[in-house]
Design a protein around this ligand. Structure first.
Ligand SMILES: *[C@@H]1O[C@H](CO)[C@@H](O)[C@H](O)[C@H]1NC(C)=O
Ligand SMILES: *[C@@H]1O[C@H](CO)[C@@H](O)[C@H](O)[C@H]1NC(C)=O
Ligand SMILES: *[C@@H]1O[C@H](CO)[C@@H](O)[C@H](O)[C@H]1NC(C)=O
Ligand SMILES: *[C@@H]1O[C@H](CO)[C@@H](O)[C@H](O)[C@H]1NC(C)=O
Length: 564
């Protein structure tokens, strides 16, 4: 038993000696708890990297927001083409008014910590002050939070993590604190949604930018309003985007873009090492299918290192970094080909991450994520008895991108992850679509998925036999990782035309995509399925489906849909 003062009731009294020497009889309330460690994690005992009571822990205390519901309402308003506020995106300062904690919250929590000799500091990387950071020895953290911090290792990656199975806060803090991390979250490193395949020759089997231009009607002429229309490409898990490989790729497939390159931003200790043997298949794919598809749009590779501050692999840190950048110099589109299984994230962090994407939407930044490659089994194929939604596709404020197989894209790929979130309810923009699909399959898979969850993906694009250059050689990859930068590039090119016409960029896409004009810009994908968990998975069908979403985009139709 690892826990000291935590039992099966949520509220308990747990007398403890405070460091200031007073007798502390706070009523402690368990905020988060897990029953066991997930099987991929092993406990580290003494002598094998186990924890010492003096080990310094950096903990982040997430404070209650002033008005997150208000931000949600505004985000939907500025993203809904029928609303009078459409396109009136918020400044980071305006977003901060919703996100920052009320003054009372800041003062109550600060007083609690300072009364125990702890000095909290705001999170330096964030433009908001909704997170306080403290650094304390493990023994003091155990007392403060009624916790039992231990060391664990994620065996596959060798990553050491200090966690507790449970923690508590004084009852008076419950309305002021959302969560404390890292505590009970055993989050594995994010999975990338790309795998290598060997197949060549002919447009039907070898997908390159030229094929994509034909199939999706993507223009090849260069964007003209480039300086403020930046396409951001997220990089995680030490995946580096190689410049020499990009040059070779452009020489092979887009000689007209010869000389195009990308800029780099790093956070959390990230780098973009140019040693050719460190070129990452995922990072190269993402850079080659943005620079090589969004002709002339400036592309920024955002490399997130391991020194993350958010307890979720940097997925929130990257949002804070982007929102701290000046408008005009930060991405208007963010493409991410990495993700998690929703069940591996505690609800607290999944909600915080989704709120971060809501902030991007409020600011007019479109966030696209690969839906994952495990069919109904999640981000990667897994053994499962219940369908595994991927994350953050289940967050209603991201655009989740699934995969299609052939050119032309009439079939869903067998791996395209899709389904329904267990954490986020169906948002109104897709309520009719989700009801229609769920009704259409009747009792099939009853109990295996959540009929009232947010359905994903939203859209899909080519994701099979995609030609890239890796370490100097042409090779082929599969995965919703391919579809995501392709779709992000198309949106970046639409934004370029919108800017040229003096209109605002698209921002949070989904209310537009699911509107009558938006959906008309997509070619419905009506065959194929996404097997997993020993089932055939869901089937693509006429209308929205949890395999290919609304279908694949057509550039000219999108231009019509935005009124150009
Ligand atoms: C950029 O300008 C050139 C010349 O005016 C034009 O031919 C081209 O179509 C423009 N590109 C876009 C993306 O509007
Ligand atoms: C692209 O530019 C490089 C030098 O920047 C040159 O060596 C190469 O031949 C060019 N390739 C094409 C296809 O124009
Ligand atoms: C960074 O994290 C990745 C994934 O967890 C791991 O494979 C790698 O070894 C870590 N690198 C360092 C320098 O800690
Ligand atoms: C299904 O989704 C709803 C809406 O998000 C949620 O309230 C409910 O807890 C979920 N059910 C399960 C079994 O996860």
């Amino acid at each position: 038993m690892l826990l000291t003062c935590v039992v099966l009731v949520l509220v308990l009294s747990c007398a403890k000696a405070s460091l200031a020497g007073n007798v502390d009889t706070d009523t402690m309330v368990v905020l988060e708890r897990v029953s066991t460690t997930p099987p991929e994690f092993a406990h580290l005992g003494a002598g094998t990297g186990g924890i010492s009571p003096d080990e310094e822990l950096t903990l982040r205390i997430a404070l209650s927001h002033s008005n997150i519901e208000g931000l949600q309402e505004r985000t939907y308003a500025v993203s809904d083409p029928t609303h009078s506020l459409y396109g009136e995106h918020l400044s980071t300062k305006e977003i901060a008014e919703f996100v920052n904690p009320p003054a009372e919250t800041l003062s109550v929590v600060t007083t609690w910590l300072t009364s125990r000799g702890i000095t909290p500091v705001p999170l330096s990387s964030s433009p908001f002050n909704d997170v306080l950071q403290i650094t304390v020895p493990a023994r003091q953290a155990n007392v403060l939070l009624g916790a039992d911090f231990q060391a664990f290792v994620h065996e596959a990656s060798g990553t050491r993590m200090v966690r507790t199975l449970s923690y508590a806060i004084p009852a008076e803090m419950v309305s002021h604190i959302r969560y404390v991390h890292p505590t009970t979250a055993f989050v594995p490193p994010p999975a990338r949604a790309a795998t290598s395949v060997t197949i060549p020759a002919s447009c039907a089997f070898d997908t390159n930018p030229g094929c994509l231009q034909d199939v999706f009607g993507i223009p090849s002429d260069k964007a003209n309003h480039s300086s403020s229309n930046i396409l951001g490409v997220a990089g995680y898990v030490e995946q580096y985007a190689n410049e020499a490989d990009l040059t070779r790729f452009l020489t092979n497939t887009r000689p007209d873009l010869n000389g195009s390159t990308f800029s780099v931003i790093t956070l959390d200790g990230g780098t973009n090492d140019q040693s050719i043997l460190l070129a990452g298949d995922e990072a190269n794919l993402d850079i080659q299918y943005t620079v090589g598809v969004a002709s002339g749009v400036p592309v920024t590779f955002i490399s997130v290192g391991n020194n993350t501050q958010d307890g979720i692999a940097g997925f929130i840190d990257i949002v804070n970094t982007i929102l701290a950048m000046p408008v005009g110099k930060r991405p208007t589109v963010l493409s991410t080909s990495y993700g998690f299984n929703e069940q591996d994230l505690p609800v607290s962090l999944a909600v915080a991450m989704c709120n971060a994407y809501m902030q991007l939407g409020a600011a007019g930044i479109s966030a696209m994520f690969a839906s994952g490659d495990g069919g109904v089994g999640g981000v990667q194929p897994t053994t499962c008895t219940q369908f595994v939604p991927s994350a953050p596709g289940g967050c209603p404020f991201v655009t989740s991108v699934g995969g299609t197989t052939n050119v032309p894209p009439h079939a869903a790929s067998l791996f395209s992850s899709g389904g329904f979130s267990n954490y986020f309810p169906t948002p109104s923009y897709q309520a009719t679509d989700v009801t229609k699909y769920v009704d259409s399959i009747g009792s099939l898979y009853q109990g295996l998925y959540n009929t009232s969850g947010r359905g994903f993906p939203d859209v899909s694009a080519a994701s099979h036999n995609i030609e890239i250059v890796l370490e100097g050689d042409v090779t082929f990859v599969d995965g919703t990782s391919c579809a995501t930068p392709i779709f992000a590039s198309i949106i970046a090119l639409v934004n370029d035309r919108l800017i040229a016409a003096g209109k605002p960029v698209l921002g949070f896409l989904n209310p537009f995509l699911y509107s009558a004009q938006g959906r008309a810009a997509f070619t419905d994908v009506i065959s194929g399925n996404n097997p997993g968990c020993n089932t055939n998975g869901f089937s693509a069908t006429s209308g929205w489906d949890p395999v290919t979403g609304l279908g694949t985009p057509n550039f000219d139709a999108l231009m019509k849909a935005v009124g150009l």
